[in-house]
Design a protein around this ligand. Structure first.
Ligand code: HEM
Ligand code: HEM
Length: 197
């Protein structure tokens, strides 16, 4: 566990360094800088919220705080940045910038941040009202994995910073870690609980 947290911590430090380095590499207007900074850091916080779910039980031991406490703080920052990220674009282009486009597939993926925004909000609302929908909320909350995948493609295809090799590497490692968390929880996890039965 400790080794795992150390590796993740090291990776996060590298990710922050790479993001900051790249943000200063490309010139652009102040508004563009806000859009890029909020998009990149929002995804990093969403990533950390997902990773924190892997360490639910050990959270108190490691950080002295419960899982839900840490998970809440990470998701709060992630969501706040996620809502600021498209704002300048929406002010410029109007509400059309918020409407998902489903066809052709490449355009869907380029603009996949739009559906991802709604998916994260739905997944989070399900968690907030989990007492009202005790059976369904966990399945709805899992939509966060889908949102993460959509954000991956959106940023990869339209992001200025995602054109650099260093950012692409960080992006791929993040996707692989999220895939590993999903597989560990839902493929190996279900096998283990079935064996126990
Ligand atoms: C950006 C926001 C968030 C993201 C990306 C996120 C992501 C996740 C993920 C991926 C899991 C693991 C789900 C699984 O594999 O079954 C999880 C678990 C959980 N999340 Fe969130 N979450 C977010 C916000 C929230 C909020 C706001 C709450 C509470 C109000 C919350 C409460 C929980 C709880 C209680 C669990 C543990 C579920 C269990 O017992 O298995 N999450 N979250
Ligand atoms: C209505 C929804 C959205 C709109 C209109 C939108 C718009 C944009 C635009 C115009 C860019 C290109 C910026 C540039 O690099 O010059 C971009 C990139 C990006 N977006 Fe979104 N986006 C939306 C949703 C999201 C969501 C929900 C996330 C989640 C965190 C996200 C994360 C990113 C990331 C990480 C980049 C790459 C930034 C970079 O490479 O510098 N976007 N988005």
């Amino acid at each position: 566990m400790k080794k795992g947290v150390m590796v993740i911590g090291l990776f996060l430090a590298m990710a922050v360094g790479t993001i900051v380095y790249n943000l200063f590499q490309y010139s652009g207007t102040f508004t563009e800088l806000i859009i890029r900074t909020c998009g990149l850091f929002s995804n990093l916080f969403i990533f950390m919220a997902i990773i924190s779910s892997e360490y639910m039980l050990q959270m108190r031991k490691t950080f002295g705080r419960s899982f839900i406490n840490v998970h809440h703080q990470l998701s709060r920052i992630g969501i706040a940045l996620m809502l600021i990220h498209p704002l300048p674009f929406v002010i410029q282009k109007g509400v059309v910038a918020l409407i998902p486009v489903f066809y052709p597939p490449v355009t869907f993926l380029e603009l996949a941040g739009r559906p991802a925004l709604y998916i994260v909000l739905i997944a989070v609302l399900a968690a907030v009202y989990r007492k009202k929908i005790p059976r369904k909320w966990k399945n709805i909350h899992k939509l966060n994995y889908l949102a993460f995948l959509l954000i991956f493609f959106h940023a990869w295809l339209v992001g200025t910073d995602l054109q650099s090799l260093s950012m692409q590497l960080i992006w791929i490692v993040m996707l692989l870690i999220v895939a590993a968390v999903f597989i560990h929880k839902h493929i190996f996890g279900t096998r283990k609980s079935k064996q126990r039965k």
